[in-house]
Design a protein. Structure first.
Lengths: 344, 222
């Protein structure tokens, strides 16, 4: 059974040879290939070389398209901040006022900024790994996307104090998101990981998510023609999990590192895959033994009910994460499966 | 005039993210004769402290915190013009996001709460080099620099600021407050980057800055 079969079987509740293990690694590929991050996140071949190196070094059960939302900010006209040791960030949004964002043209996926590079990287990954290792494409959710056009401060202010304008901006940006998601699926992505910041208790109360963002998530998902996993880049999600079953094409949820996995399972029901939930920020700083111990604790809590993938919870893992810590995650997954757990 | 009742009402409005309701409470409090300074000290401050406890319990979202900071800002704008006779602020402080960090929301909220609490806040914005923090702190005679970072990679850049403060012999005159999401998840980073203290949220910034300012006073008089 290869990684693709293992993950697809997990998502559909079918038997697997061992429990799949994910790690969200993009910049780490540059560390392995000796590529600076500006090149890694600007050159499709360099990025794919990083994913190949990660597969060779660790063999996690996925390859990832670039987890770099500054490319979307840039495509709308924003400025990018490049860093030597972290994924590029948005330095300046395209506009400062939400009303002005309604005047921004929606980016052309074939030519705007680095969007073509991401599609090309997806195509190259598909050429290398199709039906061998699942190709996971990462994109922002509809509720947090406007923050990439106007900045998070302005977006929060709009959501809270001008909800009508916020709804107009959500409506305006949704077609871009749908096109972008479907383009990545066409380029070869097997599944989309949608990071919806508004789905975490750290950002928005449950009622706000339910009333202002869930309808947009539902509408957007219905227009994206492929399987999706929802995550919140590490923040707690249990407060909204019971609202998610039934979203079109939703196959899994990547919960936050502080979410109780047993509670997550009760809330999300039996048919969605739970993915998680080791803390991104802790992983670089603790011993491999501790990573192993934490991984086993997650596995013993969540794997017995099926449809579980061990993973970190959140965004791109820091380059400073020791390789032995990553291997400890894999070792825990293998050990748990060897004990007879996680095979169905 | 008993301010407890009004503070309770304001607290409820903050929790419910009711900005207009909060503005009405401030209006009414001023109308019944509570002085502007007492509105801040007796109504706004206690409400903010209670909000801080909710945040500690992880019962508040960033959205609620953001609204609360706006309410505090509203109240400040309403009351400060009336308190121009106020002779003393708590002093100057400099805040900003460290070099390579662009996550400004938390810093801006801290700035609003510090202003509401009576500090003279100099906000340098995002991606601020260590040298700029120190130059500004010397220029405005700040006792505390508050530096924010959201991620571990950028938090480590704070070490440059620590080293610069120490190298210039300012350790006893300027204290370094650090904050941001990563410090809540990894409290050990405060020491690792050379911070003199942290607060878990914007509401707690006033107490932290007061404590650090007191440490500079003690160091100078020792």
């Amino acid at each position: 059974m290869n990684s693709y079969q293992r993950v697809m079987n997990t998502l559909s509740g079918q038997p697997v040879d061992r429990l799949p293990v994910f790690a969200v690694l993009g910049a780490y590929g540059g560390k392995l290939t000796g590529t600076d991050l500006r090149t890694l996140f600007s050159d499709a071949s360099a990025y794919v070389a990083g994913q190949k190196a990660l597969q060779k070094e660790f063999g996690f059960d996925l390859v990832l398209t670039p987890f770099d939302y500054s490319s979307i900010a840039e495509a709308f006209g924003g400025e990018v901040a490049w860093s030597a040791d972290q994924v590029p960030n948005m330095k300046r949004p395209a506009v400062r006022k939400a009303a002005d964002a309604l005047l921004l043209p929606l980016p052309d996926l074939r030519s705007a900024g680095r969007l073509p590079m991401i599609l090309e990287a997806t195509r190259q990954l598909a050429g290398l790994y199709k039906e061998q290792v699942p190709i996971i494409a990462v994109l922002p959710g509809p509720g947090i996307l406007p923050a990439l056009l106007v900045g998070i401060d302005q977006w929060m202010e709009t959501v809270l104090f001008d909800p009508e304008l916020a709804q107009r901006l959500l409506d305006y940006t949704a077609p871009f998101l749908v096109s972008w998601a479907n383009a990545m699926l066409t380029a070869g992505a097997d599944c989309l990981a949608v990071t919806e910041g508004m789905a975490t208790a750290s950002i928005a109360p449950r009622d706000m998510f339910a009333q202002q963002f869930l309808p947009h998530l539902r509408d957007t998902f219905s227009q994206i023609h492929g399987p999706k996993v929802l995550n919140s880049t590490g923040g707690c999600m249990n407060q909204v999990l019971d609202l998610l079953p039934g979203l079109d094409g939703l196959v899994g949820v990547m919960v936050g590192s502080k979410d109780d996995l047993a509670e997550s399972r009760l809330l999300v029901g039996p048919d969605l895959t739970l993915i998680g939930n080791l803390d991104n920020l802790t992983l670089p700083a603790i011993s491999a033994g501790k990573v192993y111990e934490m991984s086993m604790e997650r596995l013993r809590t969540a794997a017995p009910s099926g449809r579980f993938i061990l993973a970190n919870a959140g965004a791109d893992m820091p380059q400073a994460t020791p390789s032995e810590n990553l291997r400890a995650m894999l070792a825990a997954g293998a050990a748990y499966s060897a004990e007879g757990g996680g095979r169905s | 005039m008993d301010t407890n009742y009004w503070s309770e009402q304001l607290f409820k409005a903050m929790v419910e993210a009711d900005r207009s309701g909060a503005a009405e409470i401030i209006t009414q409090a001023l109308a019944v004769g509570i002085g502007p300074h007492q509105v801040i000290a007796g109504i706004l401050d206690p409400a903010i402290v209670r909000l801080g406890r909710l945040w500690e319990d992880e019962s508040m979202s960033l959205a609620q915190n953001f609204v609360a900071s706006k309410i505090a800002e509203d109240a400040l704008i309403r009351c400060v013009p009336c308190t121009k006779e106020r002779q003393h602020t708590k002093g100057a402080v400099v805040i900003g996001n460290i070099e390579d960090d662009f996550h400004s929301l938390g810093r801006r909220t801290v700035g609003l709460f510090l202003s509401a609490a009576g500090w003279d806040v100099h906000d340098l914005g995002n991606d601020v080099p260590a040298e700029q923090f120190v130059e500004k702190a010397i220029e405005v005679n700040a006792s505390v620099i508050g530096v924010s970072a959201m991620m571990q990679t950028t938090a480590l850049n704070i070490r440059k600021l620590r080293d610069l403060i120490d190298a210039q012999g300012l350790k006893s005159k300027i204290k370094l407050a650090v904050g941001g999401a990563v410090f809540n998840w990894r409290p050990d980073l405060v020491v690792e980057v050379g911070g003199d203290g942290t607060a878990h949220n914007a509401v707690g910034a006033d107490d932290l800055f007061l404590r650090l300012r007191a440490e500079t006073v003690r160091a100078v008089t020792a």
